[in-house]
Design a protein around this ligand. Structure first.
Ligand code: PEP
Ligand code: MN
Length: 763
């Protein structure tokens, strides 16, 4: 039966033949590969059913999916459209293009993952440098035993604002808003009015993300501009001096501790107070934090405004009472916060005194909505709040109050500064022809001193250093002044190390007798899968006889169906190694998992990364960290830029020997298994110095199309070919319908040789 005719066979399921390599002697119906799902290629998967209907399946990957980091904890900042690494680079570093008002206001601190305190809301300051709007509502219940007010409640709602001016310095507006007092004493009418306004600065004195330790100090001035009827605007205001620190303690518990003084300018009008507040939180479920807080308030000095009065007004009021010096109140709070997004957090806390002394605070319920950085009112979340109070008929002493809050991911008032992508943030330093080794070493040192990674490429003409790293302002000038540097040029392509701008000379890769990228066309041939000793040995001898210099054969097979033959694994690798011993051919075989890289590298000369794994970045890094050359196949749904960026992962990890392989892509065309675009060969060669190999077997999926497409690849300028050859394709365990038998391979090679001659290449 001709191989192409097999295509019309209805696939049968022969579990015996497919699962047990021993059953190879049985004629095995091959599993059709026409029903084919490419699982995770770029942002889309493609499903093709057995009738050849193609349906794209999209998924959205978080930016962290493509983030690489040596550290365990990687954070994502959606405003940057990028990933950043809290422990290595500093989370804020990627956000240089972000912030508000053209970068005047910087983004919030992202390297400390705790939640803000909720009790003592006017003084207990989060030590982080934040850019946020914080909507606060607090309902204080007044003890019924309170001699003047005889119970009742105080409602306070406010909008605290914080804005980061630098990574460490922020402006904080901690008190403002509106106060509503309702006393049970029938002689006292309800009163409402504006609160004082407090404005100040906070500075990170110590900031160490690696040990999760942060210490900040600050000063705030409360301006006496509030309404007298709600006990605001007394005297000439007051200063608040504070220190606040954060430490991650045992078992992932976050601890914030703050202490400060209220120091009135007019000591008659207001009392002096000291406080010490502590907050502990723990992430109970993802993004849901439980918190516990304790606050100690101590009045150091009485005022003179209310002689003989022995209670004070807590954190909200400063009554200037005459007999409060020495009083202490300790409160505790329980509650939690939920992070809806990185930029929107809701919190609820209930605070109550632990001491006998309560003054005005029987207990208090506080809710806060924190809308961080570009979010909230200004960006990707809009908060709607509705405040209600309800007094049941016939029960005038009871007042129920509450706040409905909802956050919507709507965009109505979007203000947002979009990141400015700068493609020329990587540079090449072209060294002078007569530079010395010392010049080179010193220049490398300076590049690394700027936090950039220096990759040295020694060419026959020139030596260049590709400086790849985070964007830094002004480093071009600094680098131009380095010894022995002729010029500093931006690398414009998104791929850097793979780019022809970095290395104009073509990369030549050699493994034994196999060579690709030089004048000679490298031919890799052999079966899709290693099936048994006879099969692989016969294939090796046949392809060698026709001029192939490398033997292909999968030992670990990435199959579309879990029921298809998965390869002989290490046994297959050993068979490949024995074929190399017998023929001297270099071995090319696929590695499908990071854990197998070492094992496959023990037997193979060239590691193949299959189409399904082109964007498996961990695997790319793993093959980048070892010495064997890599054959990187294009994902059927990947663009050529994505292919080059995948190669970049391998190059960046330290392995310069990468060959790219065009193996066909998904299109609407269903007559061939894939569509083989040979223009990509010419396109790639104009942009990269890496050798380009073509796979006409997978690229067409039909044996009878392979010879012409193989020779066409050479005409298009391919540096190499990889072809599937099997002693008896009709019995192949995988991809028999696209494999050449020995005779067909000989004819294909003959055709290729004639084309190679015509284009002045050697085969
Ligand atoms: C193969 O070479 O056998 C193979 C599975 O190729 P691809 O990854 O291109 O599908
Ligand atoms: Mn195959």
């Amino acid at each position: 039966m001709p191989a192409s005719a097999q295509h019309s066979l209805k696939p049968e399921f022969h579990s015996q033949a497919l699962k047990a390599p021993a059953a190879l002697v049985q004629p095995a119906a091959y599993q059709s590969s026409d029903s084919y799902v490419e699982p995770v290629i770029g942002n889309e998967a493609v499903f093709t059913d057995e009738q050849g209907n193609i349906s794209p399946v999209s998924y959205t990957a978080g930016c962290c999916d493509s983030c690489t980091s040596g550290c365990a904890d990687v954070c994502c900042d959606p405003c940057c459209g990028d990933c950043c690494d809290p422990c290595c680079g500093g989370c804020n570093s990627c956000c240089d293009g972000c912030g508000l008002f053209g970068g005047l206001i910087k983004p919030s601190e992202r390297c400390f993952d705790m939640i803000s305190p909720i009790s003592n809301p006017l003084f207990f300051e989060d030590p982080r440098t934040l850019t946020e709007a914080r909507l606060i509502y607090a309902n204080h219940n007044i003890p019924n035993s309170q001699p003047l007010l005889q119970g009742g409640n105080v409602q306070y709602w406010a909008l605290q604002l914080r804005a980061a001016l630098t990574e460490r310095l922020s402006i904080i507006a901690t008190k403002d808003g509106y106060i509503d007092i309702h006393a049970n004493n029938p002689a006292l009418p309800d009163t409402q009015g504006w609160a004082d306004v407090a404005l100040g600065l906070k500075y990170n004195l110590i900031r160490d993300p690696s040990t999760q330790f942060l210490l900040s100090g600050g000063v705030v001035y409360e301006i006496d501009m509030g309404a007298h009827q709600v006990f605001q605007g007394n005297g000439d205001g007051e200063f608040h001096l504070f220190l606040t620190g954060y430490k991650r303690v045992f078992g992932g518990v976050n601890w914030i501790s703050a202490s400060g003084f209220r120091l009135p300018t007019d000591t008659n009008a207001r009392s002096q107070m000291w406080y010490w507040s502590n907050h502990w939180d723990y992430e109970v479920f993802e993004d849901l934090f439980a918190l516990f807080e304790v606050n100690w308030f101590h009045w150091m000095r009485s005022g003179d405004a209310l002689p003989g009065v022995n209670f004070e007004g807590g954190d909200l009021f400063n009554l200037g009472s005459g007999s409060v010096a020495g009083n202490d109140i300790v409160t505790a709070a329980v509650g939690g916060r939920y992070k809806f997004t990185d930029h929107a957090i809701l919190g609820v806390g209930w605070e109550f005194p632990l001491t006998h002394r309560r003054d005005l605070l029987h207990d208090r319920l506080a809710t806060t909505a924190i809308s961080d950085q570009n979010a909230g009112i200004m960006s990707n979340h809009t908060f709607f709040g509705y405040w209600f109070t309800f007094t049941p008929p016939d029960h005038p002493a009871i007042r129920l109050s509450g706040l409905f809050l909802c956050a919507s991911p709507a965009e109505p008032f979007v203000y947002r500064s979009f990141p400015q992508y700068q493609e020329n943030d990587k540079v090449i330093l072209v060294m002078q022809r007569n530079h010395t080794e010392t010049d080179l070493d010193e220049t490398i040192g300076r590049v690394e001193g700027l936090g950039l990674k220096a990759n040295v490429i020694v060419g026959t003409e020139r030596t260049v250093i590709a400086a790849v790293g985070d964007e830094r302002d002004g480093y071009k000038e600094t680098l131009e002044a380095c010894p022995g540097v002729a010029e500093v040029l931006p690398i414009l392509a998104p791929y850097k190390m793979a780019s022809i701008e970095v290395q104009p000379e073509r990369t030549v890769i050699r493994a034994g007798n196999f060579e690709v990228g030089g004048g000679r066309i490298g031919v890799i041939a052999g079966p899709c899968s290693v099936e048994c000793q006879e099969q692989i040995l016969a294939s090796a001898q046949a392809v060698k006889k026709q001029g192939a210099t490398a033997l292909r054969g999968g030992a670990f097979k990435p199959r579309t169906s879990p029921y298809s033959f998965q390869g002989l694994k290490e046994e297959g690798l050993k068979l490949l190694a024995s074929a190399r011993e017998a023929t001297g051919l270099a071995i090319v075989t696929e590695v499908v998992a990071t854990d197998d890289v070492e094992l496959v590298g023990k037997y193979a000369d060239i590691l193949q990364i299959g189409a399904r794994n082109m964007q498996n970045y961990r695997l790319l890094e793993a093959v980048g960290n070892q010495v064997r050359p890599v054959l990187l196949k294009r994902g059927p749904s990947a663009t050529l830029d994505e292919l080059l960026l995948a190669a970049e992962y391998i190059l960046d990890a330290g392995n310069p020997n990468v060959m790219l392989c065009e193996r066909g892509i998904r299109t609407f065309e269903a007559h061939t298994r894939f569509t083989l675009p040979l223009a990509s060969v010419a396109w790639l060669q104009a942009r990269t110095h890496l050798p380009v190999v073509v796979d006409p077997s997978h690229g067409t999926g039909h044996t009878d199309l392979v010879p012409r497409m193989a020779s066409a690849s050479i005409a298009a300028g391919a540096d190499g070919l990889i072809m599937e050859v099997h002693p008896d394709p009709s019995r192949a365990l995988s991809d028999g319908y696209q494999s050449l038998n020995f005779d067909q391979f000989a004819k294909t090679m003959e055709m290729c040789r004639r084309v190679a001659d015509a284009v002045d290449r050697e085969l």
